[in-house]
Design a protein. Sequence first.
Length: 227
Amino acid sequence: MSFTELVKHNECWRDVVAGRPRLWKKGYKFADDTARMYFLVSGRVRLVALAADGGEKTLWYLGDGCCFNETPLFEDNQEKSLIRTGDARFYHECMENCYLHAFTMQDVKRLGKEQPELLLNLCQSYATKVTLLSQHLVSLSLESQLTRVCKYLASRLVPESAPLRARRDLSYREMADLLGMHRISLYKVMRQAQDQGLWDFDKNSDEIVILQPSVFFEEAHIVPPLA
């Protein structure tokens, strides 16, 4: 779950989208202090933490049918005053051209009164995001680099593949950022595992062949899927 892209977690909000969605170009960044919630009609965005020294950390990716930037809608002025100079800030970035619909605070309150299940859906997806953040924290603090790589690849296994294969659908830079590693460190870990016979891959390949599935799943702390 830690490295699973969120897709269609807020699909019920699609039914209340009014008018044509607006196009936001690839690379557009949404600040975390804007009182607007966005519904991703189509496209892909990522959530990034930005440190005071300019360092960035990708937390997760969002696909079609997801809402984002809902947090500012539920903050009050006292809570906002807790944001101090030097704290990490967050923003969402369009990874490709995205069609979005924006909801104001008034929109969300009105729709929530008319259809309470919409607010329940936001609570459920918010709980998922909190769980993801907790898992990220545990992974970065307690797990080895190899375990983090195995967990990521386990979330991208090709169903019913024989031999077992995993998709590498992010660049090495994006993958390293998501796993909290330097790109060179990531590639070194993957090459060492290849030398040990755990998997086989080519630098330019978009798939990785898992040669020792039992060892792979044990390293990822995951129960192997039933054959």
